[in-house]
Design a protein around this ligand. Structure first.
Ligand SMILES: NC(=O)c1ccc[n+]([C@@H]2O[C@H](COP(=O)([O-])OP(=O)(O)OC[C@H]3O[C@@H](n4cnc5c(N)ncnc54)[C@H](OP(=O)(O)O)[C@@H]3O)[C@@H](O)[C@H]2O)c1
Length: 408
């Protein structure tokens, strides 16, 4: 009880508040009865959404944010003029990183999209904060360098991705009382784990043939069957590169070899992932597909409270299906396993190549089926470094982008 009282109210920095995760997080915060307080908000350029978010906080008579960061200095500043003068507003990534270091901030929700989220994730970990990590790209790029950095500075990573949140919960079911892995890192899978099985909806093209994948449109790719997300991750879910990034993320989050990570297609998106233990027992986490649940768990971690996320209607029949992924139609999965195995600079390279290729597809400059092949070629052509320093990653990212751009 004392631990619970001293853990709240918790002051949350919501990075990327105008995005899909950011908006869901603000709903979770609004429904938290004052347990969670939004102390810092950041957007890149959608200042109109930001101003509306602050207006809604004022309408609820809730505590106002103290800081706002707009990372694109060229963003339209006019919507910000109506904001209360008590809020400090600053521009640029450096300003955001300085704000993140404020001692009043307890938890940083890292929900900026893409490699742009790396510097703020690093700043939060360096300041010893708890980071609720939606920006999987940080961990894909940084790998063990990032987890080692977090440990060194007393920062802590809590997963927001629904799959990793599911794995964390499944692992806790056993770790909590056993003490078997007492000295291992907080989320490490440990020797009792046989396999982590990440589930994937299969995206909008689950049933398309290889030939049909050649001419899918942007509109087709953005029509995800079960999740409503930002554009980049929706395209990543259609190519299944998102699952590749999640395999790499799982490798580092749970300190588990790539050979012990598997993927199953589960079209209903009700089981968010599973852990198989060495004795054959499998623990799965189930809930309707609603990102507010893993966000809420990460922000309140390790406590659970009622919240706004959808509940399952247990009076209705349900079918749960599982299929092994087709590696020929979706070569992103073996690519992800390979990168997770390699480590080093491989994660930063595949991430950068994918960001360039996915953006080109969204801009109508690249056919859908070329996205993953560009990632593979850029990966194969790069000069691999097994032990890059954190400071070297932006340069690795830039080189991979240039290579990918040349191929478009
Ligand atoms: N959406 C989901 O359900 C989901 C699930 C699991 C994990 N994730 C992960 O969560 C992260 C966010 O995804 P999302 O779907 O919420 O993305 P999104 O809807 O596209 O939102 C992206 C957010 O990042 C900001 N942003 C964009 N470029 C930026 C830059 N260069 N510098 C600083 N901020 C920038 C955007 O600001 P502006 O709006 O001002 O441009 C926006 O607030 C991604 O890493 C994704 O993989 C998402």
């Amino acid at each position: 009880m004392t631990a619970l009282i001293s853990a709240f109210p918790r002051r949350i920095a919501v990075l990327g508040s105008s995005g899909s995760i950011g908006k869901n997080a603000l709903e979770v915060i609004a429904g938290s009865d004052g347990h969670l307080v939004p102390i810092l908000l950041s957007v890149h350029r959608r200042t109109d959404i930001l101003a509306e978010q602050v207006r809604q906080i004022i309408d609820r008579n809730a505590a106002l944010p103290r800081w706002i960061a707009v990372t694109d200095p060229a963003a339209d500043r006019s919507p910000l003029q109506q904001l209360p003068k008590t809020i400090e507003i600053r521009f640029g990534h450096d300003a955001l990183c300085e704000m993140i270091r404020q001692t009043e901030i307890d938890t940083v929700l890292s929900a900026i999209v893409g490699s742009a989220g790396l510097t703020s994730t690093v700043a939060a970990l360096e300041a010893g904060k708890t980071v609720a990590l939606a920006n999987k790209e940080s961990l894909v790029m940084g790998g063990s360098v990032l987890t080692g950095f977090a440990e060194k500075h007393g920062g802590r990573l809590i997963p927001v991705d629904s799959e990793h949140s599911a794995v964390m919960q499944a692992l806790q079911s056993w770790k909590m009382d056993s003490g078997q892995e007492k000295n291992s890192a907080e989320h490490s899978a440990g020797s009792a784990v046989e396999k982590i099985i990440l589930t994937a909806s299969g995206g909008p093209f689950r049933n398309r043939t290889l030939a049909e994948l050649a001419d899918v449109t942007v509109e087709d790719a953005l029509a995800h069957p079960t999740w409503n997300m930002g554009k980049k991750i929706t395209v990543d879910s259609a190519t299944l590169i998102n699952k590749a990034l999640e395999i790499i993320e799982a490798r580092w989050f749970f300190d588990i070899p790539a050979a012990k990570i598997g993927v199953m297609i589960h079209p209903q998106s009700l089981i968010h992932s599973m852990v198989e233990f060495v004795d054959g027992s499998v623990m799965a986490q189930m809930s309707p597909p609603d990102m507010r649940l893993p966000i809420q768990l990460a922000l309140n971690y390790p406590f659970r409270f009622p919240g706004p996320s959808l509940k399952w209607d247990w009076t209705k029949s349900r079918m749960l299906e599982f299929y092994p992924p087709d590696y020929e139609r979706f070569p992103a999965i073996p690519l992800g396993l390979e990168v997770a195995e390699k480590g080093g600079t491989a994660g930063a390279v595949i991430n950068a190549a994918n960001e360039v290729a996915a953006a080109a597809f969204l801009a109508g400059k690249l056919p859908f089926h070329k996205i993953v092949s560009i990632c593979r070629t850029v990966l194969e052509n790069h000069t691999f470094d097994p032990n890059p320093a954190l400071e070297e990653l932006p340069a690795v990212d830039r080189r991979a982008r240039t290579e990918a751009e040349k191929m478009i």
